[in-house]
Design a protein around this ligand. Structure first.
Ligand SMILES: *Cc1c(COP(=O)(O)O)cnc(C)c1O
Length: 495
């Protein structure tokens, strides 16, 4: 059955998958959502014998129904190749009472690679299918990881340009170094004086600016998005939940049909939403455990039904989750409102004008599969140290937030359903925070000394992504005010 994509803010705006991937965001600011989610009518035992690429095809072909088999297989096989440092692509590692799904084996060592290594292929294929001749300008706001993964994915891809905005003082030193050393004639990286939400709002405003779109079109450009507002990010993320589940089946840890829980360190709500969509496709998931850091707007939302971003923005050691406006939550809101775009518009307008909205009790009742909690900075650090000491396994700060919340969940509920914990970054990406959690005495060492220290403690090979930036030259040094983002885009595009 064909899947069409409709806007959360206008159900009449309904387009094919390839068009939705090209557009990124709908005209009225809504997000594209599938109008139905077909069932995964392949036997789970059969899937457990397939490799990552094969599972990806089974899942994605059901969601991106206007792609041919040949097109989709080309995208999948081009994305999930030697860029990943393991043939498993996303290994499932059993440690400390959880199954850590390591989503960081791609070229930029964060889970964003899972989707951003395939998005350029999906986008270029979509452009061809729809006879688009404009050059596609990928406009991206990043809290650190999306930026680098998108840059790596789009660098020197013909027919595209990529412009990344990141909060100048809101990413880790290694994240920043990774971005500002990016090669590729079509890449631009700009630090903004502002936080991630400012960057994301600036990008959304440019997307919604019809006059700017006209000017761009006249010059042969059109925008698209590599952020998780693009459905082309979410669909590839459904794959690894199916993959993880079927690895548990293959190992005999569960039987096909048994339920699992998933634990997801959450920022923009894309990763956990992909798990929710995987469940709608038929994957047996019992609970979605949504883990936040001290920016616990989602925890409060699940507790009270009130989403309220009016609070202090806290810079934490898990910067990719330092977010107060979780864009993809809108897709869940739309769903629990019964696919009611008027209700969605009402709530999202309230969010824009007052920074807050409250869902109805009927809607809240539909959130019973979700459990929210958060970990503060000291709990996060203590979790890294504890699991290192008990299991010799070193995790990054984001994954540690998830592990800490999973502990709280088990204490709160006694539920010991097998859990898959999304491990979203390599510890090497957040070396300083990770090493200081294990041994505060290392605070005086340089970032690369700490990399070598982490290598000794963990015995895990230093990823190529880290070796690459040790000596790389800084190629991007533009910084602008949060109000000057459009000016920078105009400068880059010569508008
Ligand atoms: C992006 C990111 C997250 C948050 O994922 P969302 O899909 O935005 O919820 C968590 N951890 C890391 C390391 C990330 O890069």
């Amino acid at each position: 059955m064909a899947v069409m994509y409709k806007s959360t803010r206008n159900s009449n705006d309904m387009i094919t998958a390839s068009k939705a991937i090209l557009k990124g965001l709908s005209d009225n600011g809504g997000l594209y959502v599938p109008d139905n989610i077909p069932s995964l009518d392949v036997d789970l035992n059969e899937l457990s014998q397939m490799n990552y690429q094969q599972v990806a095809y089974e899942v994605m072909s059901r969601m991106l129904t206007d792609f041919t088999e040949e097109e989709l297989k080309h995208c999948i096989n081009s994305a999930y190749d030697k860029k990943f440092d393991t043939a498993e692509i996303a290994p499932l590692v059993k440690k400390a009472g959880g199954n850590y799904l390591e989503l960081f084996h791609g070229s930029t060592i964060a889970f964003k690679d899972m989707a951003l290594s395939i998005l350029p292929y999906l986008l270029v294929t979509s452009a061809k299918k729809n006879d688009v001749t404009n050059e596609i300008v990928i406009l991206t706001a990043t809290s650190g990881d999306t930026g680098k993964a998108a840059l790596a994915g789009f660098a020197d891809v013909p027919g595209t340009k990529i412009i990344v905005f990141y909060p100048k003082n809101g990413v880790s030193p290694i994240q920043e170094k990774q971005m500002v050393t990016q090669k590729g004639a079509n890449t631009s990286v700009i630090g903004i004086i502002g936080n991630f939400d400012d960057a994301q709002t600036g990008v959304k405003n440019m997307f919604n600016d019809k006059d700017l779109a006209k000017e761009m079109d006249a010059k042969g450009y059109q925008f698209s998005s590599a952020n998780s507002i693009n459905i082309g990010r979410l669909v590839p993320q459904m794959v690894y939940y199916v993959y993880a589940y079927t690895r548990l089946v293959a190992k005999g840890d569960i039987k096909a049909g048994d339920k699992i829980n998933v634990v997801v360190p959450t920022g923009n709500f894309g990763n956990i939403l992909a798990a929710y969509y995987a469940k709608e496709m038929g994957l047996p998931i019992a609970k979605f455990i949504c883990a936040s850091n001290e920016n616990k707007v989602l925890y409060d939302f699940f507790e009270t039904g009130v989403y309220d971003k009016n609070r202090e923005f806290i810079l934490t050691s898990s910067p990719s989750m330092d977010i107060l406006i979780s864009s993809n939550l809108e897709r869940l809101i739309y769903r629990i409102a019964g696919d009611d775009s008027d209700k969605d518009v009402e709530l999202m307008n309230a969010l824009t004008t007052s920074g807050r909205y409250e869902i109805t009790s009927d809607m809240k009742a539909k959130l019973s599969e979700f459990y929210g909690n958060y970990a503060n900075e000291s709990e996060t650090a203590a979790t890294i140290k504890r699991i290192y000491e008990s299991d010799g396994y070193i995790m990054d700060t984001h994954t540690a937030v998830a592990a800490a919340v999973y502990e709280k969940y088990r204490k709160d509920t006694g539920d010991d359903t097998p859990a898959v914990i999304a491990s979203t970054a390599s510890p090497y990406k957040f070396t300083r925070s990770v090493m200081e959690a294990i041994d505060p005495a290392c605070a005086s060492q340089s970032d690369f000394e700490l990399v070598d220290e982490l290598n000794k403690l963990s015995g895990v090979k230093i990823p190529q992504a880290i070796e690459d930036i040790r000596s790389a030259a800084v190629l991007h040094d533009t910084v602008c005010d949060k109000n000057e983002m459009e000016k920078e885009v105009r400068r880059i595009l010569g508008l």
